[in-house]
Structure formats: structure tokens, C-alpha cells
Design a protein around this ligand. Structure first.
Ligand code: FES
Length: 118
């Protein structure tokens, strides 16, 4: 999900865009995985749809490939950054649960659906 230039007053940021490794992932909150490619970022619940457990087993350690795919550390399911769909592995076609975000001033905010000020 791409960020937009909306006003985020009163919304706590998940993290700074630059905290997320370019082409990789960060555990921004206890159950939220943020993925980044350049100036784009996506957030998902860090719960693999295969066994309903986190994709990683070490804190902030996510196996990402080419800024396009992130792999579950348990049984190697591969999920696209862009839509969270599993494109290879034991839960083919399943999807990570998206967390709506927006990017404002290089901060990643949970998108609360508030008013836009574009
Ligand atoms: S728990 Fe993620 S692929 Fe099995």
C-alpha cells in the first residue's frame, strides 16, 4: 500500500519508513510485519495462514527476496509484498491479513480511515 500525503495528526506512527530495511521487513509492533521496497511499504499481521504462527522465529528476522517476496521461516511459504498472497509453499493462494497503512513524512502510520487533506 502506498502512502499518501494525508494529515496524520493524533495517529501514532508504527515506525519510520527508514527503519524498515529496503527490500526487507520489520516487526513494527507485536503482531505487525512491515515490508518495504524503496518508498513503498505494506503491513500485514505477522501470522502465517498455514499454521497461524508468526512468519519469523527470531525477532525482526525476515527472509525476503528481491524486495518482492517474504518467506515464512517454518515451512517456506512465499508471500508477495504487494498483496500478501502466498505464491509458493504449503498454503498456496492463502493471504496474509493486511493492515492498512499510509506514509506521511517518511513515517508509517496505521490508516484509520480519517479525513483526507490531499
Ligand atoms: S507456518 Fe508458515 S509455511 Fe507453515
Amino acid at each position: 500500500m502506498n502512502g499518501s500525503a494525508r494529515d496524520g495528526a493524533g495517529v501514532a506512527p508504527l515506525c519510520a519508513l527508514d527503519d524498515v530495511p529496503d527490500g526487507g521487513g520489520l516487526e513494527a509492533a507485536a503482531t505487525i510485519l512491515v515490508l518495504r521496497r524503496g518508498d513503498d511499504a505494506w503491513a500485514y499481521r505477522n501470522v502465517c495462514p498455514h499454521f497461524s504462527i508468526p512468519l519469523n522465529y527470531e525477532p525482526d528476522t525476515f527472509w525476503a527476496y528481491g524486495g518482492e517476496l517474504v518467506m515464512c521461516a517454518h515451512h517456506s511459504a512465499m508471500f508477495r509484498f504487494d498483496d500478501g498472497v502466498c505464491v509458493d509453499g504449503p498454503c498456496l493462494g492463502a493471504r496474509l491479513t493486511p493492515v492498512p497503512i499510509r506514509i506521511e513524512n517518511r513515517r508509517i502510520l496505521i490508516d484509520d480511515g480519517g479525513d483526507t487533506h490531499d
